[in-house]
Design a protein. Structure first.
Length: 276
């Protein structure tokens, strides 16, 4: 959705859904970190200039910006099923090489001759069936094309979310099922290799990328969780006011807050690529 977001998904055993409605809100919650990741992701891929790219789940356009700057593409077709995200990306990115389309997995556009690169940035774990999504993406490649994806290490060193869910579970037991480290169990090297191999992809390579997540103060950390866009903010929105206060107080005690109020953490992701 970048961006993790594909579409609202109900969580088994609860009435909570992941909400993906506001592109500008998502940008402050997760997009600012996805942009840092996208830059390093594209650089790691080391794709020859002049290729035709398909961005699946473009979100607010973090990956498109990185590809334009570091990938030297001939063209990019950027897709997302959430109209609000496509609108934000289209307004902010005016590069002539880029075209935006509202479309998601299961209805991805094809190209005569295929795409050189089909890529998703922190979106793979939000597809309803990741294996089928990868098979669809592989079918859109040219003969020498590549599928690539990034996912946050939700169960490990995605620190600002790890602290959130670990504290949330002390406030409300529902958080144990909603924890992205539990829900997105394939966000690790072994499972990603198996996933890509199961989709028929070969020459698979996987690499960790860590980006700094620096918050000026607790409000800079906490306020995006109050805006209702994304899994953790959707959980916060479901809480009573009393429980929201308890959660905020617990996080103030848990987080590594410096004497000047700044909070320095890192967010690790796994990037993976494979050829047809």
């Amino acid at each position: 959705m970048e961006n993790e977001p594909m579409e609202d998904q109900p969580i088994a055993g609860s009435l909570i859904e992941d909400a993906w409605s506001e592109g500008s809100i998502y940008e402050r919650y997760m997009g600012r970190w996805s942009r840092l990741l996208a830059r390093d992701f594209v650089t790691w891929l080391d794709i020859p200039a002049g290729g035709n790219w398909l961005d699946v789940g473009t979100g607010t356009g973090a990956l498109v910006d990185a590809v334009c700057e570091h990938g030297k593409p001939k063209s990019i077709l950027a897709c997302d099923p959430v109209a609000a995200f496509v609108d934000v990306a289209r307004r902010n990115i005016t590069d002539d090489r880029v075209e935006f389309l509202q479309a998601g997995v299961g209805e991805l556009p094809s190209r005569d001759g295929g795409f050189d690169m089909v890529i998703s940035n922190v979106a793979l774990n939000f597809f309803n069936d990741a294996t089928e999504a990868l098979r669809e993406q592989a079918s859109l490649l040219c003969a020498e094309g590549m599928v690539a994806a990034s996912v946050w290490d939700y169960a490990g060193d995605m620190q600002f979310l790890r602290h959130f869910w670990d504290e949330a579970k002390t406030i409300n037991p529902r958080a144990a099922k909603l924890d992205e480290g539990v829900r997105f169990s394939f966000c690790n090297p072994g499972a990603l290799k198996e996933l890509f191999s199961g989709a028929g992809l070969e020459k698979i390579r996987i690499f960790p990328i860590a980006v700094p997540t620096i918050f000026e103060n607790f409000d800079d950390y906490w306020s995006p969780f109050l805006a209702g866009t994304g899994p953790a903010p959707s959980f916060v929105a479901s809480l009573s006011e009393e429980d929201r206060i308890l959660l905020a107080d617990g996080l103030r005690r848990r987080l590594p807050v410096a004497t000047d109020g700044r909070i320095d953490m890192v967010a690790r992701a796994w990037v993976v690529a494979g050829c047809r």
